[in-house]
Design a protein around this ligand. Structure first.
Ligand code: GLY
Length: 361
């Protein structure tokens, strides 16, 4: 698979990834290699990764706990301290071997340690391969509020080894699939169609689908690396999706909701609002809703939850001058940014989602 070049770095795939890594390690005279893992990637991915590193460089491994609730500034402090204690200097390289939590947190730690050291993302979850590891967004959550602290700063390269997906649980695969479906909805209906026809897909198709998603993301972030305009398209489904994810994170009595599962709900809600406000076609709303409910289990969102979820929208990073800016769809592949939506419309979208869930189950 050909590498995908972005402005300052490239995304390399499978065997090319390790060839590029080893060439980089041999060219760049790094003082030490640090590998950030979480408890899962320590167990399932580290030995494979180490077996591919052919360099005399000193290697140290730093581990954090797995899971979104560990994407905190406290864990950054832990990793900054570990780097300092293990002798990291400005010529050190940090490899982030993990899912979105590891790549976001590790990218932030590297971008700020001694005012910035080199880092490489090696995403091991589908979500991190198609979204989190590409585009230079790094950061951590603030309590339950998603990605509130961070910087945009790209690493030296992204290495996608799709064999890491062999050990990924099904629900994590579905979580990543949500971002790929989003790429289809904002850019390419044929891609969305292909993804939703899961019965026709085999694992062999996955590499090409991941590649296609990275191309869609690359095209967008290359045009707008700092999210001044078109990059906001990538937030389709995320305004309400993030608020729902935060709400569920801070309500342990509710079921655990992975990022992609929350985004899938957000995409249904925001497609509904698109129909109401932008004349998005009804048949497309039905098509998207059915396709997503075929993949993702219905989630109970009760009327008593609505106001608290809406309250969380005030922390959305797209907000400007007190306005909550939604990304909606005029058509599949044609998003519109900075749309204002009133609370009654949001509540209607929750009712629509609940109704559709009850018709499906
Ligand atoms: N995950 C959305 C972005 O990178 O802009």
């Amino acid at each position: 698979m050909n590498s995908i070049p972005l402005k300052n770095y490239s995304v390399h795939f499978n065997s090319n990834a390790y060839t590029s890594l080893n060439a980089h390690l041999n060219d760049a005279s790094f003082s030490k290699l640090f590998i950030l893992v979480d408890s899962n990637t320590h167990q399932h991915c580290l030995s494979k990764f180490l077996s591919e590193v052919h360099s005399e460089i000193d290697i140290e491994v730093i581990e954090i706990e797995a899971g979104e609730s560990h994407k905190t500034i406290d864990n950054c402090v832990g990793v900054w301290n570990a780097l300092a204690e293990l002798g990291a200097d400005r010529k050190s390289l940090l490899v982030n071997l993990g899912g979105g939590v590891v790549t976001d947190l590790g990218g932030f730690v590297a971008s700020t340690f001694k005012r910035g050291i080199s880092y490489i993302n090696v995403p091991t979850s589908l979500l991190a391969m198609v979204d989190a590891s590409v585009g230079g967004k790094t950061g951590v959550d603030l309590g339950p509020l998603k990605n509130q602290v961070g910087v945009i700063s790209s690493g030296d390269m992204v290495l996608i080894d799709t064999s890491f997906l062999d050990t990924l649980p099904q629900n994590q695969l579905k979580s990543g699939l949500a971002e790929m479906l989003k790429h289809g909805l904002i850019k390419d209906k044929a891609y969305f169609d292909k993804l939703t026809d899961l019965k026709k897909l085999t694992l062999n198709d996955l590499d090409q689908l991941i590649y296609d998603s990275v191309i869609i993301k690359k095209d967008i972030v290359t045009l707008d690396p700092l999210e001044q305009g078109i990059r906001k398209h990538l937030n389709f489904g995320h305004t309400l999706g993030h608020a729902i994810e935060s709400y569920f994170l801070s309500h342990p009595e509710k079921e655990e909701l992975l990022h992609g599962e929350a985004i899938a709900i957000g995409m249904i809600l925001e497609s509904y609002i698109s129909r109401e406000l932008l004349d998005f076609p009804s048949e497309d709303l039905d098509y998207i809703t059915q396709a997503l409910l075929d993949i993702y289990n219905p989630v109970e969102i009760m009327p008593v939850d609505y106001d608290a979820i809406i309250e969380l929208l005030k922390y959305d990073k797209k907000n400007e001058h007190g306005n909550i800016n939604f990304v909606l769809l005029e058509d599949i592949g044609n998003p519109k940014v900075n749309c204002l939506v009133d609370n009654n419309m949001i509540k209607e979208s929750f009712e629509f989602y609940t109704q559709k869930c009850s018709e499906t189950s």
